[in-house]
Design a binder for this molecule. Structure first.
Ligand SMILES: [Zn+2]
Length: 126
């Protein structure tokens, strides 16, 4: 439906050509290009699509770079947590004084383990 408003031809949504999408997806290139050459609506649509395509190509490298940086950051965080946990647990496991303090509230001496000791705290051997 076409009507005029202040001498400007106004087209309603119904009048807009809807072949663009169909030809773009299903039509062959020759048919598609010949229709675009004839149809005003599809020419406008084609220009819009070209601009969008250019914009995507312009932005794509930046998006890829950003995604790569995010994954590197995740990897760095995971590595840090892993190294921190492993080294902390390693230190606690290997250092008996820290483990005794955590488990019993004090460091254990040889005497606490039930071994016979002399006045210097050394194990007595017969
Ligand atoms: Zn058209």
């Amino acid at each position: 439906m076409v009507f005029r408003y202040n001498d400007i031809e106004v087209k309603t949504m119904k009048d807009k050509c809807k072949k663009y999408e169909g030809l773009f997806i299903f039509g062959d290139e020759k048919e598609f290009l010949s229709h675009i050459a004839d149809c005003e609506d599809c020419t406008a649509e084609h220009e819009k699509m070209k601009r969008v395509s250019e914009l995507i190509q312009e932005v794509a490298p930046q998006l890829k770079k950003k995604r790569r940086m995010v994954s590197q950051l995740k990897l760095a965080c995971a590595s840090f947590v892993l190294i921190f946990c492993v080294s902390t647990l390693g230190i606690i496991n290997l250092n008996t004084d820290i483990r005794d303090t955590l488990l019993y509230g004090q460091t254990l001496s040889v005497e606490d383990y039930g071994f016979p000791v002399d006045s210097y705290g050394l194990i007595m051997v017969n």
